[in-house]
Design a protein around this ligand. Structure first.
Ligand code: PAN
Ligand code: ZN
Length: 187
């Protein structure tokens, strides 16, 4: 693979870090995750500038037909008993799919189709995940180390964070006495 600059790009498949010029970084901190965890008072009690996850992305041409490539690094930890997770989203263009590749750590990918029950997939080094069209997706870190996953998705997909409100994902993931517990939200 070559960057648009023509320089070679390398990805460390043990970490997902890119060795390239023009790598963009987006950080998501505790303060950005209002309303995401079931116990928002517990979230507010944690340091607001704690970085829960960050995404590093290669520069992609912003035109139809092109693809984004990015790695998400999700820290281990919990808000009360609920494992750290990404905000999660549908694609603005609902028909656009995505691939995730687990690189390190242990976690769960929550998948929430628009008109079907939510389901989950285990994420681990070497796991491969097809996120179908019309399906919201969220990573959850259930392990003790950083969870990193490489993703590839169309630049036209866009992110829709609003449509999951107010109900959110219908599965939540908790630590119950040291065991990972998948629980149906709102029950
Ligand atoms: C990923 C996500 C990344 C961060 O690159 O954007 O894991 O999650 P949120 O966007 O939900 O905060 C992806 O799915 N892109 O489409
Ligand atoms: Zn996505």
């Amino acid at each position: 693979m070559t960057a648009s600059s023509g320089l070679p790009v390398r990805v460390d498949l043990l970490t997902g870090h890119f060795d390239a010029i023009n790598v963009q970084h987006k950080s998501t901190c505790m303060r950005d995750l209002q309303g995401v965890f079931s116990d928002d008072a517990a979230r507010k009690a944690l340091p607001e500038d704690f970085e829960v996850y960050h995404v590093e992305m290669l520069a992609s041409p912003q035109q139809e037909g092109e693809l984004h490539t990015g790695t998400t690094h999700l820290m281990p930890g919990k808000v009360a008993d609920e494992f750290f997770m990404t905000r999660g989203h549908f694609h603005q263009r609902r028909e656009q799919a995505e691939f995730y590749f687990g690189l390190r750590g242990e976690g769960i990918l929550l998948l929430q189709p628009e008109n079907a029950p939510a389901y989950t997939e285990q994420v681990f080094a070497g796991s491969v995940h097809h996120i179908p069209s019309f399906t919201a997706h969220r990573l959850v870190n259930t392990g003790h180390d950083v969870l990193s996953a490489l993703a590839v998705w169309p630049v036209i997909a866009g992110h829709d964070y609003q449509s999951l409100q107010p109900d959110g994902f219908r599965i939540r993931v908790f630590d119950r006495d040291g065991k990972v517990s998948l629980e149906v939200a709102g029950v």
